[in-house]
Design a binder for this molecule. Structure first.
Ligand SMILES: C[S@@+](CC[C@H](N)C(=O)[O-])C[C@H]1O[C@@H](n2cnc3c(N)ncnc32)[C@H](O)[C@@H]1O
Length: 215
């Protein structure tokens, strides 16, 4: 589904996550998207029929506002809520405007949780990576699905920050109570300029999909 998200054209393993959702959880499952941004993944999940909890800390991503696009172009971006209303999907989505590491309003467990390249954001570095991962894990019911794609280290400074990680390093968090279904990684690739990174840049990305097998 084309969403017109500001992140629409960045590389993603989301199709692997969505295919695994279809195998592992029911058609009306609830999925939490952590770092939901302006809806690149929330909209297709809701359009597929899932109930979605969309958690995001950035008010511009949620409500819209002024952004700087590649070419130093200032533009007004539509936020997640207006995009959902436009597609008639707002009723299926609970939008939570909070920092995930502080959030207290997430309530009961979900059938699945997904995040895309969120935990490497500098605001999360004051907490160890395990805090972010363990919080995500705690949202998943027994038999539910955990999915995360994440930045792997490319620049020397990344190697000093544990939030730029790898499927191998994350493996220890899934050693008990989880069955890892799939890990993937890219080589270094060039991502075209986008909001937040106004020049073409080099990334390396990883993916972990896992099922909770015990409480
Ligand atoms: C790279 S962007 C999302 C790009 C992705 N392709 C997408 O559309 O979902 C990651 C998002 O995670 C959010 N984020 C990072 N840390 C967060 C936190 N602790 N709590 C809530 N949102 C967070 C950022 O504000 C940003 O909107």
């Amino acid at each position: 589904m084309e969403t017109q998200s500001l992140w629409e054209h960045t590389l993603t393993f989301f199709p692997q996550f969505l295919a695994t959702m279809k195998e592992q959880v029911s058609a009306d499952a609830t999925v939490a998207v952590i770092g939901a941004s302006d809806g690149k993944f929330v909209l297709p999940l809701a359009a597929t029929g899932y109930r979605v909890i969309a958690l995001e800390r950035d008010p511009v991503a949620i409500h819209g506002g002024e952004v700087i696009l590649p070419g130093e172009i200032q533009a007004h971006a539509m936020g997640l809520i207006d995009r959902l209303r436009l597609e008639g999907l707002y009723e299926r989505v609970q939008v939570v405007e909070e920092d995930f590491l502080q959030a207290e309003t997430l309530g009961s467990q979900c059938d699945a949780v997904w995040t895309s390249c969120s935990w490497h954001y500098s605001a999360n570095h004051k907490h160890p990576l395990v805090d972010f991962v363990a919080r995500m894990q705690s949202l998943v019911r027994l038999g539910g699905l955990f999915g995360a794609e994440f930045m792997m280290p490319v620049e020397p400074r990344h190697h000093l920050i544990e939030h730029y990680t790898s499927p191998e390093k994350l493996g220890s968090y899934f050693a008990t109570d989880w069955q890892v279904l799939l890990t993937l990684r890219t080589s270094e690739f060039t991502e075209q300029a986008h909001v937040g990174q106004l020049q073409a840049h080099t990334h390396r990305m990883g993916l972990v999909l896992a099922i909770r097998t015990a409480e």
